[in-house]
Ligand binder design. Structure first.
Ligand code: NAX
Length: 326
């Protein structure tokens, strides 16, 4: 028996889109027994490029790909979607402040939020386009009766980056690094929490004894990895971002392995003193019934508390910039 999942990808003509849609269509995301209908969205000028992308998808002859729709209108593109992956956003231009980027991209997500009301009853949405936490907040606040907890923003790339750094430093296989949390905003204020991470089942701080590195270079490397990739590659992260988007959806659609958790930015319920309603990255677990919960009871010392406060403050400031769109 096969069922069908409809997945919308905005900004599908961009560089992350190009790395993402083939992997969704291939069956990697929902397995070999689930058919996928891809709904590709772009701005009108880029629709032609999507026609080329659709031809390439057809030429892969994926047996799990049941259909391709192309739209520049979100109302049409989100009709009946089960998963909406919102990648499309304008990049930060030269000399542009983060505040300007927020003001530029915010309005995209009011329209898309409204259109997401046309999604399926079980619709879920992940925002990748930056500033992703605040864009997710805008989409959620404009989505009428769609439950708030259906919206999330992606911090999985940050988690994967952090896990790699810890594994490399400890000289172990990456599969040994577990319980890695990215707290807060997907920005340079994010807090990659090495205190609660584990390596080979032991506390990361017991395995990596260079605590100066953990508190300094490790955090800044993760926070600034995106900029380092731009400076080396001349373009921002694309395949790794697409890979993280797949990990994000997999994490929300499969029960989390025992003893582990994953990071994603979701509406705060007040856990860890984070103001209710902010879209904040937390440690999460997906339960057997498909719902998720924020992992409770992790300890934060003064160092961590300061980092959490800083990233929370930045999210409040971003919310202030877009308050007219909420
Ligand atoms: P590109 O500029 O290659 O592609 C973006 C695409 O979105 C373009 O084709 C553009 O035409 C389209 N677009 C713009 N407005 C749209 C709209 N209203 N509806 C539909 N499509 C629209 O950027 P790319 O490298 O693919 O990055 C996309 C976004 O991901 C950026 O905002 C980027 O900052 C963000 N990222 C987020 C990451 C995360 O971890 N959350 C990491 C990677 C990436 O930097």
């Amino acid at each position: 028996m096969s069922n069908t999942v409809k997945v919308a990808v905005t900004g599908a003509g961009g560089q992350i889109g190009y790395s993402l849609v083939f992997r969704i269509a291939s069956g990697e995301l929902f397995g070999p027994d689930t058919k996928v209908v891809l709904s590709l969205l772009e701005i009108p000028q880029a629709v032609k490029a999507l026609e080329g992308l659709a031809m390439e998808l057809q030429d892969c002859a994926f047996e799990t790909l049941a259909g391709i729709e192309i739209n520049s209108d979100a109302q049409a593109g989100f009709d009946g979607v089960n998963w909406a992956i919102l990648v499309g956003a304008k990049p930060r231009g030269p000399g542009m402040e983060r505040k300007d980027l927020i003001s530029e991209n915010g309005p995209i997500f009011t329209g898309q939020g409204k259109a997401l009301q046309r999604g399926a009853a079980d619709m879920r949405c992940v925002v990748v386009g930056n500033p992703c936490n605040t864009n997710a907040l805008i989409a959620a606040k404009n989505a009428g009766d769609v439950p708030f907890n259906r919206f999330s923003a992606m911090t999985m790339l940050d988690e994967n980056r952090a896990r790699y750094q810890l594994a490399a430093k400890a000289g172990v296989d990456i599969s040994q690094v577990r319980n890695m949390t990215i707290w807060g905003n997907h920005s340079a204020t994010q807090y990659p929490d090495f205190f609660n991470a584990t390596i080979g089942g032991k506390k990361a701080t017991d395995v990596i004894t260079d605590h100066e590195w953990l508190q300094g270079e490790f955090i800044t490397t993760v926070q600034k990895r995106g900029a380092a990739i731009i400076s080396a590659r001349g373009k921002s992260s694309a395949a790794s971002a697409a890979n993280a988007a797949l990990d994000h959806v997999k994490n929300f659609t499969r029960p989390t392995e025992d003893g582990n958790w994953f990071s994603a930015a979701v509406p705060s319920d007040g856990s860890y003193g984070v103001e209710e309603g902010l879209i904040f990255s937390f440690p999460l677990r997906t339960k057997e019934d498909g719902s998720y919960e924020i992992v409770q009871g992790l300890a934060h010392n003064d160092f961590a508390q300061e980092k959490l406060a800083k990233t929370q403050e930045e999210l409040k400031q971003e919310r202030e910039v877009v308050k007219d769109l909420l």
